[in-house]
Design a protein around this ligand. Structure first.
Ligand SMILES: [Cu+2]
Length: 127
């Protein structure tokens, strides 16, 4: 009996998670999902200025066209890492990001020396 009850509540939890995952793409801010293509190379992030609106669901499609491994790190206003995705040379990666406040976020490659060498970009988030 006990096992059955646990199984049932697990099922409910899974259903709730599934609904949350399906319901989120464009309901909150009423904005459609937008894809952004970004290329990494030595040593640049292209394009180096991106813009979005608060609450806009973004899908980043990252391609590393360089000969070195890189990463994409989005840094918040207080220096906190909001996103950190590693992309090996010749590979691609995808991640979702929804900016929660207006302002300018830094995008960079966090591998030693890469940001300094030019691997930085800006995500300008308008209200
Ligand atoms: Cu890099």
């Amino acid at each position: 009996m006990m096992a059955r009850r646990v199984g049932f509540s697990l099922l409910i939890t899974l259903m709730a998670l599934t609904l949350a995952a399906c319901g989120s793409p464009n309901s909150e801010a009423g904005l459609p999902v937008r894809s952004l293509s970004v290329e990494l190379s030595e040593f640049s992030i292209s394009p180096n200025v991106l813009s979005a609106q608060v609450g806009e669901p973004l899908t980043f499609n990252i391609t590393n066209k360089g000969v070195l491994d890189h990463d994409v790190t989005i840094v918040g206003p207080e220096g906190q890492k909001l996103i950190h995705v590693e992309v090996k040379h010749g590979h691609s990666a995808t991640f979702d990001f929804r900016p929660s406040a207006s302002g300018e976020l830094r995008i960079l490659c966090s591998i030693d020396g890469h940001a300094k060498a030019g691997m930085t970009a800006q995500l300008i988030v308008s209200p």
